[in-house]
Ligand binder design. Structure first.
Ligand code: FE2
Length: 285
């Protein structure tokens, strides 16, 4: 192999140990400095956006509950009710979001939409890099292209959990793979392959990337969809919790059967399951 090229801020290399996706269920990636700046800016602008009055925030709501995008408030009742606000955006929604923020004329809205827009652009090379390494290391021919062809449908989700007991229940993601981009507080945990819940290392300096059901299917169960959950901490109970998550899908003929509720499965059921059994949970797109 050739010599290592010294890195400058413009050409900072993205380093990841792709073997850990198979051995540990996820990979940790340190952000290049420019991307880190964008991640921090997006998080800070999301917190400011949350301060907007409800009637302004609700102007960003779009679609119905299944296909919705933009701003959503979940204020359900009951013991396990969701109590959070979130902003959910795809690249193809950005122009509409800009139009709405121009109408609102509040810098908290415009700065947030601008920050989302630049983060989508800035994070794309990291996602491509992951896809390329997965393709090469695990021999998934065509995977990088499948990921990059679905860019318009990557989901960028911004979450604000109010200071309640209920955060994210244990689950695995049904899509391709997930980046936990930034979190304001600890409390995130993953289920390791021995059945222990372990805190994960997410902060503004680094992200983790882990497979969902889609990548487990695509890799014939060589990579496993990682179970995870978010527990409240004393700080999050008091101040709430802010988080940014990116969901990456890719072009594939199969999808997790929507009739199968992941929440009803036993945590880690997919870790030791034979691939033929795992594939029974999928239906044609
Ligand atoms: Fe998740």
């Amino acid at each position: 192999m050739g010599n290592t090229v010294p890195s400058s801020p413009e050409t900072e290399e993205i380093v990841m140990d792709i073997e850990t996706v198979r051995s540990h269920g996820f990979v940790t990636v340190e952000y290049p400095s420019q991307l880190r700046t964008s991640v921090v800016a997006a998080m800070e602008s999301w917190k400011k956006f949350c301060e907007l009055p409800d009637h302004e925030k609700s102007k960003f709501s779009g679609g119905d509950r299944r296909t919705d995008f933009g701003y959503m408030l979940r204020n359900d009742k009951g013991p396990n009710a969701d109590h959070k606000e979130q902003f959910h955006v795809l690249r193809l929604n950005i122009e509409e979001m800009k139009r709405i923020s121009d109408e609102i004329r509040d810098s908290r809205a415009t700065l947030f939409i601008d920050a989302i827009d630049s983060l989508i652009t800035e994070i794309s090379p990291l996602i491509q890099n992951f896809a390329q390494k997965v393709e090469q290391y695990y021999g998934l021919a065509g995977f990088e292209k499948e990921v990059m062809n679905s860019q318009d449908h990557w989901v960028f989700r911004y979450l604000h959990y109010f200071g309640s007991e209920t955060l994210a229940h244990e689950h695995a993601d049904r899509g391709g793979f997930t980046l936990h981009t930034n979190e304001s507080d600890e409390g995130g945990q993953y289920l390791d392959f021995s059945g222990n819940w372990i805190p994960w290392p997410v902060n503004e300096k680094q992200t983790i990337i882990f497979p969902g059901m889609g990548l487990q299917h695509r890799s014939d169960s060589e990579l496993k969809a990682l179970w995870h959950r978010v527990k409240p901490t004393p700080a999050s109970l008091l101040q709430g919790r802010y988080a940014m998550v990116t969901f990456i899908d890719f072009q594939i003929d199969w999808k997790w059967d929507p009739a199968q509720r992941i929440q009803d499965m036993s945590p880690g059921f997919n870790y030791d399951l034979l691939n033929e059994e795992f594939k029974k949970f999928f239906v044609r797109r």
